[in-house]
Write a protein that binds this ligand. Structure first.
Ligand SMILES: C[S@@+](CC[C@H](N)C(=O)[O-])C[C@H]1O[C@@H](n2cnc3c(N)ncnc32)[C@H](O)[C@@H]1O
Length: 245
């Protein structure tokens, strides 16, 4: 076996072992709880714009974008723009001509201005509206066409909303690309940690993903990603498309 193949095998075995390590899992779960209590995911920026993610998930997205080489990245949930600027910058780095389509129900003017003034804005299209409205979906379908899309859902985290998003956006994803559902971690955390939010323990994106996977054989959870990251906002949320159906 070549040195490279040996290295890849070693890391795969390592990831599988760490994913099955109950002690590691238990300290990670405690860490996640403290990080949510401390609003840790709000601490970071990407190329100057706030990105509301764990650094681990950002690294996973980099690996996915490099591997999939999507022809368009569709992201529901822009907030202050860091995640769409991240995706655009990855496309720029790999020399892809692809664009990012960012959707948000409320693109505040100062965020829009900062995104449009950013060097990566040349690769970004903004669409204001609910990710599940008929108008938005018609526009998204038009812009995606037959392109190989990578879809990232990070908008309203209620079970009902994510359930609709999964139904509407999954047909856009082709074999070997991904449909990524963020904040599935909500379902694992106590209601107390989602206080004041319309989602909570066993009632968020993960519930929607579980039901979705029972109805489709086009997607499966990429367990290697979550076992690799351990710390992730998207446990069971990295869905790999395994068939065009
Ligand atoms: C968690 S933030 C997105 C974070 C961003 N992806 C990042 O990593 O920085 C969620 C965003 O979803 C938007 N949102 C809420 N409901 C929505 C809906 N129905 N359709 C589209 N966007 C929605 C909010 O306005 C908010 O900006």
């Amino acid at each position: 076996m070549s040195d490279h193949n040996e290295f890849v095998k070693m890391t795969k075995d390592n990831v599988a072992c760490q994913g099955a390590d109950e002690r590691f899992r238990s300290v990670t779960d405690k860490w996640i709880k403290s990080s949510v209590e401390n609003k840790y995911t709000y601490n970071f920026t990407w190329l100057g714009r706030p990105i509301i993610q764990y650094p681990q998930d950002i690294l996973a997205l980099q690996e996915i974008i490099f591997k999939v080489k999507p022809e368009i990245i569709v992201e529901a949930g822009i907030a202050r723009g860091g995640s769409i600027i991240f995706s655009a910058s990855m496309l720029e780095l790999i020399g892809s001509p692809a664009e990012v389509l960012g959707i948000d129900i409320d693109i505040r003017s100062h965020n829009r201005e900062a995104i449009l003034a950013h060097p990566m804005s040349k690769r970004i299209q903004l669409l204001q509206g609910s990710s599940v409205s008929a108008e938005t979906i018609a526009e998204v379908k038009k812009r995606v066409g037959n392109k190989k899309a990578l879809v990232i859902l990070d908008s309203n985290h209620t079970y009902e909303h994510v359930k609709q998003e999964l139904e509407l956006y999954s047909p856009l994803v082709q074999k070997d690309s991904y449909l990524i559902v963020f904040d599935t971690v909500i379902d694992d955390l106590s209601d107390e940690l989602s206080a004041g939010r319309p989602w909570g323990y066993k009632n968020g994106p993960k519930k929607a993903v579980d039901e979705f996977l029972q109805k489709t054989n086009r997607f499966e959870i990429d367990e290697e990603i979550q076992n690799k990251l351990m710390i992730t906002a998207a446990p069971s949320g990295y869905l790999k498309c395994i068939s065009n159906g």
